[in-house]
Design a protein around this ligand. Structure first.
Ligand SMILES: Nc1ncnc2c1ncn2[C@@H]1O[C@H](COP(=O)(O)OP(=O)(O)O)[C@@H](O)[C@H]1O
Ligand SMILES: [Mg+2]
Length: 319
């Protein structure tokens, strides 16, 4: 198999924790040819979606871990699989890349996750499709509605719809101190829609990342536990990652969402669950593979490449 990764520059990878790196290594172990390119390498040219794509030679060394062969302009359809592993921001550039990838699919490329599905699943708003599992949530840019929600729920979290890694997360407690300023800042004076949610006190035990791969549930979550008085569990915000077994409610949420999301073209999904509440459905470039593998000995990357192989086969069968 020839697998091309659409990703951030390899020189920025931290090999001890990067999930894309773990995927590449697993693919390499199975004898697959690994390639890489970035969004800036892509073009629609003479009706074809192409990119300047380089073969990645994995050296086996964890520091000096790759060598890039000279880039060649190739149609995306020349590969058995294109793996979309570009991190957000999910801005218009990201959306344009999903349009290009969708055209590439029409030209025969197999892209995971499916670009249209990535575009259709805002990572915050998608929880509303599974409202039986969510904490009370309001989405609006109207200050009066936010104030009424605060009066009702007293302890709330406010967040932008396009944040990641814990950016722009605010907690406002019963006293409402600073609520006005936070509303102004996040809604940019009423011009941006945000999400407001009841504070879930179980966050002190961690924000659990539950991975869904090929419609199945990874049997361990990574609880990201806020440190030093932070409300944010994100590893990017200094959270401590502790791999653990799934609870009964984790399993119920994960098993309900897994087949449905896979059907929609999402090969890899990272759910965020606090206590028994679903707070995010991450579809752009979910991580935490290595932490789970290191702490529990469960090879997440192998499960992922297994699922990729099955998805590519299924796809070939369809043609
Ligand atoms: N309703 C909530 N109750 C308690 N903590 C929350 C809540 N929503 C978010 N958080 C905290 O903020 C962090 C980031 O929130 P999240 O919605 O996952 O956004 P992102 O990870 O995209 O920045 C979580 O890890 C958690 O610590
Ligand atoms: Mg999150």
């Amino acid at each position: 198999m020839k697998i091309a990764f659409l990703t951030d520059p390899l020189s920025q990878f931290k090999t001890y924790k990067d999930s894309t790196y773990a995927m590449m290594v697993e693919a390499g172990k199975r004898g697959y040819a690994v390639y890489a390119f970035g969004p800036d390498d892509m073009a629609l040219e003479s009706g074809k979606v192409v990119a300047n794509i380089s073969r990645v030679i994995l050296t086996g060394d964890s520091h000096d871990w790759y060598r890039l062969e000279a880039a060649e302009s190739l149609p995306l359809s020349a590969f058995d699989a294109i793996l979309q592993r570009k991190d957000p921001p999910f801005d218009m550039e990201y959306i344009y890349s999903t349009y290009l990838l969708e055209l590439a699919e029409q030209q025969g490329a197999r892209v995971f996750n499916k670009p249209a599905a990535i575009r259709n699943h805002n990572e915050k708003l998608s929880i509303a499709q599974f409202s039986q599992f969510t904490a009370p949530t309001l989405v609006t840019r109207d200050e009066q509605r936010i104030r009424a929600f605060h009066r009702e729920h007293q302890d709330i979290i406010l967040k932008p719809l396009d944040g990641m890694g814990g950016t722009g997360i605010f907690r406002i407690r019963e006293d409402g101190m600073n609520l006005g300023s936070v509303i102004e800042t996040l809604t940019v004076n009423g011009s941006r829609t945000i999400m407001v949610q009841r504070y879930i006190p179980e966050i002190v035990h961690g924000d659990k990342r539950i991975l869904l791969i090929g419609g199945k549930v990874v049997p361990f979550s990574l609880a990201r536990i806020p440190q030093n008085g932070e409300v944010r569990g994100n590893l990017a915000a200094g959270g401590l990652g502790v791999a653990q077994e799934l609870s009964a409610s984790d399993l119920e949420i994960a098993q309900t969402l897994a087949p449905e999301l896979y059907q929609r073209g999402l090969l890899l999904v990272g759910l965020d669950v606090i206590g028994s509440k679903l707070t995010e459905v991450n579809v752009t470039s979910p991580t935490c593979f290595q932490e789970i593998t290191q702490q529990k000995g469960f090879n997440v990357a192998a499960m992922f490449i297994d699922a990729l192989e099955a998805a590519v086969d299924e796809h070939v069968g369809n043609d």
